[in-house]
Design a binder for this molecule. Structure first.
Ligand SMILES: CC(C)(COP(=O)([O-])OP(=O)([O-])OC[C@H]1O[C@@H](n2cnc3c(N)ncnc32)[C@H](O)[C@@H]1OP(=O)([O-])[O-])[C@@H](O)C(=O)NCCC(=O)NCCSC(=O)C[C@@](C)(O)CC(=O)[O-]
Length: 359
């Protein structure tokens, strides 16, 4: 059998075993980045109340890892200037501390340096993320320093977080290609990823910041991390795919094939990066959940609720809902709305939750 078909057979077999009634479906980790990555690039100021409402609604979907804000310079990213208010307010709202299943929600905040870390410590945030680049050009644009200098800045941040018992997630940006430096060598991504893991990040999220990755380039990168770096992709790597070229979900599929079990999504596909012109949002979380559930995984996320949130936030901030799955679900809701709420819900629930890959 040619290698491509052999791979399809593996996927089918996986789909079958995942959907056997007696075996629990394997879990995937989803990090919702909409309130941070999604909103940080919005040109108009978004009221704090809208952000809090978004976080509150997301907390009721089953998502348990949500990026709530960013302790960065307000001159650089004005939209995130109210992150301290968010960090101060969230712990006062007991009703959104846990998912509907009772799991504690991990609100996370970006911290580029010790000044950001001071805020994280002041507000006792549950988690932080540090972010570096695999390309020198983007490092300069995004962090105003070289890759080596950015390491010097995050080492004390990670140390301080560990001393305070705060888990740290790492990001590597421009893992495939960079608008300033060109193609990123996978070995460079490996080097930065290894350093972040050695420092003590519990996982590293690989950012295809400009969404130019394809299944081939993503596969080549993951092969390098796995085979040259010996990194256990299922435990230590998440995929952070922007959907600028419409390849996001295809790249998630490729990453799943390589064993990656963590993915970032942004509700309604909100987003872009202030220092990567033309980059659009992440893979929409609705699309991610649909795809992963369809492949036999358990995301723990209520897709209908998520679709409603995507619809609401897009309308509220005046942008297009970029989630095709979200729009499809909402059109079902609208079409059946005349029949009453119960009927509408029944129709949504008819959408297959887990489509076996083998079907
Ligand atoms: C990193 C810096 C701060 C360096 O910025 P800088 O200008 O080199 O830093 P500085 O130390 O010289 O400080 C300059 C001013 O910023 C202040 N400052 C300094 N640090 C902070 C802080 N933490 N919080 C609040 N204020 C801060 C500092 O106090 C000072 O204020 P001034 O004296 O001029 O009034 C700056 O470049 C910055 O904030 N950049 C923003 C980067 C960013 O947020 N980018 C978007 C997120 S990354 C991303 O989206 C990619 C990702 C993660 O999603 C993955 C992917 O898709 O690839």
């Amino acid at each position: 059998m040619p290698p491509r078909l052999a791979h399809l057979r593996t996927a089918r077999n996986l789909g079958r075993s995942f959907t056997t009634a007696s075996t629990p479906r394997p879990r995937v980790r989803i990090t919702e980045v909409g309130p941070r990555d999604g909103l940080q690039n919005e040109p108009r100021p978004i009221p704090l109340d809208t952000k809090l409402e978004l976080l509150s609604r997301l907390s009721r979907t089953g998502l348990k890892h949500i990026e709530a804000g960013s302790f960065v310079s307000p001159k650089w990213v004005p939209q995130m200037a109210d992150s301290a208010n968010i960090a101060r307010t969230l712990p006062t709202r007991a009703e959104i501390a846990s998912t509907p299943a009772g799991e504690k929600i991990r609100w996370s905040y970006l911290c580029p340096n010790m000044k950001g870390m001071e805020s994280a410590l002041e507000y006792k945030v549950p988690e932080i993320a540090v972010f570096l680049s695999a390309s020198e050009g983007f490092s300069k644009k995004n962090l105003n320093c070289s890759i080596n200098e950015s390491f010097e800045k995050v080492i004390p941040v990670v140390k301080a977080a560990k001393a305070a018992g705060i888990p740290v997630r790492g990001y590597v940006s421009m893992v495939i290609t960079c608008p300033y430096s060109g193609k990123t060598p996978p070995q460079m991504v490996l080097k930065v990823t290894e350093k972040l893991l050695e420092m003590g990040c519990y996982e590293v999220s690989l950012g295809d910041t400009v969404g130019m990755g394809t299944v081939d380039t993503v596969g080549t990168l993951l092969k390098c991390l796995k085979e040259e770096g010996g990194i256990r992709l299922e435990d230590y790597i998440s995929g952070h795919f922007h959907d600028t070229f419409g390849m996001g979900i295809a790249n998630v599929g490729e990453a799943v094939k390589w064993g990656v079990r963590g993915f970032d999504g942004s509700v309604a596909g909100l987003g872009g990066c202030p220092y990567a012109k033309g980059a659009t949002g992440n893979v929409a979380t609705e699309d991610l959940v649909w795809f992963l559930e369809g492949a036999g995984f358990d995301t723990g996320v209520n897709l209908e609720e998520l679709a409603k949130i995507g619809d609401w936030i897009s309308a509220d901030i005046g942008r297009r809902n970029e989630s095709r799955v979200g729009k499809a679900i909402m059109s079902k809701v609208e079409k059946t709305a005349a029949k009453g709420e119960q009927e509408a819900l029944k129709t949504i629930n008819e959408i297959p939750r887990a489509i076996p890959v083998a079907a």
